[in-house]
Design a protein around this ligand. Structure first.
Ligand SMILES: Nc1ncnc2c1ncn2[C@@H]1O[C@H](COP(=O)(O)OP(=O)(O)OP(=O)(O)O)[C@@H](O)[C@H]1O
Ligand SMILES: CC(C)(CO)[C@@H](O)C(=O)NCCC(=O)O
Ligand SMILES: [K+]
Length: 259
């Protein structure tokens, strides 16, 4: 079975794919100090707890944090006796083109999202991923990643306000009752919530105008449904878009990679 690992700057998600579906998914915070042995103890404890008794024979990794890849490689090699496929490395083939400025290292999560979006919906897409950063990936008609937009993540923006201003507390994002806040928390929530709705709408409109063709907007990440509640910003929401992309890339390499 395949273990797919999506390592973001904040969280790392592990999913087990049985060839047809994900049978389990677990999330942990991303820490580059974590060793191969620590990953193994953590994972097997959760597997036992959920009565999941499967043999992992393949591992694929997408990591936006280069430093964690070493220990994840050791983890894969030591405990599953396999060499992991690492998205973004030359030995990992992609089923789509990447058309960006020479020397640009596109985040592997954005490449994986592109592959997943193209597999599910075809080309001409804008993929909006709410993670540590909010990213917009633009997918051409032929599935190529042709660039996009990187904005500060929702939680990052809230945290930055709290860190920089002595009188501003830490708040969680929710949809505010009104635009005009009558207390500090409500003011902050309004700024982030409606500010983000504006940001998403403006960026998507401008990308569509620049491309001058109809495009579907696909969203993923924990906060997408919250924004979609108020304004129809997205055509589709995919909870596990990145994980889906990892399975597509794994299959593609199995069929086409001679290494
Ligand atoms: N209402 C909310 N207020 C604050 N945080 C929320 C809320 N709803 C969801 N979240 C958080 O949003 C995050 C969404 O997870 P997601 O996997 O999309 O990004 P991430 O893992 O934080 O980022 P990265 O992939 O860059 O590490 C989760 O950490 C979740 O706890
Ligand atoms: C933008 C993030 C942090 C989003 O996870 C990641 O995709 C990344 O580190 N990207 C590298 C730069 C780029 O994608 O152009
Ligand atoms: K993510």
């Amino acid at each position: 079975m395949l273990l797919a690992i999506d390592c973001g700057n904040t969280n790392t998600v592990f999913s087990i794919w049985d060839g047809t579906q994900f049978i389990a998914t677990w999330r942990t915070s991303t820490e580059h100090q974590r060793t191969a042995d620590q990953y193994y103890v953590w994972l097997t404890t959760l597997m036992k707890f959920q009565d999941i008794d499967v043999e992992i024979t393949e591992v694929i990794i997408s990591s936006t944090v280069p430093r964690v890849v070493f220990n994840l490689r050791v983890f894969s090699d030591r405990y599953f006796n396999c060499r992991p496929l690492v998205v973004g490395k030359p030995e990992c083939l992609l089923p789509v083109d990447v058309r960006v400025d020479a020397g640009t290292q596109v985040g592997p999560d954005r490449l994986v999202n592109t592959v997943a979006g193209y597999d599910l919906y075809g080309g001409n897409l804008i993929i909006v991923d709410f993670g540590t950063a909010t990213t917009f990936d633009v997918v051409a008609a032929d599935g190529a990643y042709i660039g996009g937009v990187i904005s500060p993540g929702v939680n990052l923006s809230l945290e930055a306000l709290h860190q920089a201003a002595a009188a501003l507390p830490h708040v969680d994002i929710t949809k505010p009752q009104a635009v005009i806040g009558t207390n500090t928390v409500a003011c902050m929530q309004s700024g982030i919530f409606w500010g983000y709705i504006g940001l998403i709408r403006e960026i998507c409109d401008r990308i569509k105008a620049e491309r001058d063709r109809p495009m579907q907007v696909i969203s993923t990440g924990g906060l997408a449904p919250l924004f979609q509640q108020s304004v129809a910003l997205f055509d589709h929401f995919e909870d596990d878009l990145t994980m889906h992309g990892l399975t597509v890339i794994q299959k593609y390499n199995k069929e086409n990679n001679t290494l």
